[in-house]
Design a protein around this ligand. Sequence first.
Ligand SMILES: Nc1ncnc2c1ncn2[C@@H]1O[C@H](COP(=O)(O)OP(=O)(O)OP(=O)(O)O)[C@@H](O)[C@H]1O
Length: 282
Amino acid sequence: MSTSLNAHSGSLAKALTIRDLDVTIAGHSILSQVSLDIGTRARVGLIGASGSGKSMLSRSILSLLPAHAQAAGSIRLFNKELVGASDRELAEMRGRTVGMIFQNPASTLNPVMKVGRQIALPLRLHYNLPADERLRRVEAMLNRVGLPSSMLDAYPHQLSGGQQQRVAIATALVTSPRLIIADEPTTALDSITQLHILDLLVDLVDQAGASLLFITHDFGVLAHVTSSCYVMDHGRIIEHGNTSNVLAKPSSPVTRRLAQSAEELKFDNAHASLSQEGDNND
Ligand SMILES: Nc1ncnc2c1ncn2[C@@H]1O[C@H](COP(=O)(O)OP(=O)(O)OP(=O)(O)O)[C@@H](O)[C@H]1O
């Protein structure tokens, strides 16, 4: 336990370096020879079709894989090797060095715990702060995600989906983690709320000088949030590079197909809303 939440130094060290990571479950290969780098203060995307292994890769970082999974290779977080690290070392990292945000806030927030206590949990776990200082930090964090102090006493079911995700972001960021892993954090939200939450996340990550691993299957979201990205297929990294280059000139057929389907979906949606307008005008 510590009493200080240090501002991040401008260290040039990599935030995360994964090399030759293999994960198997019951003899089946889930991840194969995965290598990935995230620099300090970088926003990096991970994209791929459903079942390609994105969540398994993000969960393997802090050893949150199913109990029967086996991992081999190297995962270095701020130069500390995590493959083979003890439960205690991993617990120390979770919520302190690394903050995680998941797709569905309703399933990550405790339904019988008030918002204030929820956000305070990682602080209680990792920092020995006086109660008034803890409350000050929790309230400041709540306000930074755009929610009023009165919501400290609300229960999750009293909030909208967007407000719940803001609480989940506040909970992940209150300890000033140096790496934030966001796994499809806006998939469950409407497109306007999605944009607000993405912009909020990007602002908070940049202001904190943290790094971001952002997982999505949406090319529009990927371009909005990240500057470089990795593409996964069948448990392997098949392409990586600057996000705008990967989107403009995908080098692998799988990425091309994913980008093409995203374009077709966009076109179909635009077409559907135009005909809807037409119907309404009749
Ligand atoms: N608990 C589990 N036990 C065994 N295999 C699993 C388990 N969870 C996931 N898998 C398998 O691991 C592979 C990768 O799944 P993963 O959830 O990482 O995909 P994903 O790219 O995140 O998909 P999505 O976008 O749909 O969330 C899939 O083949 C999946 O069936």
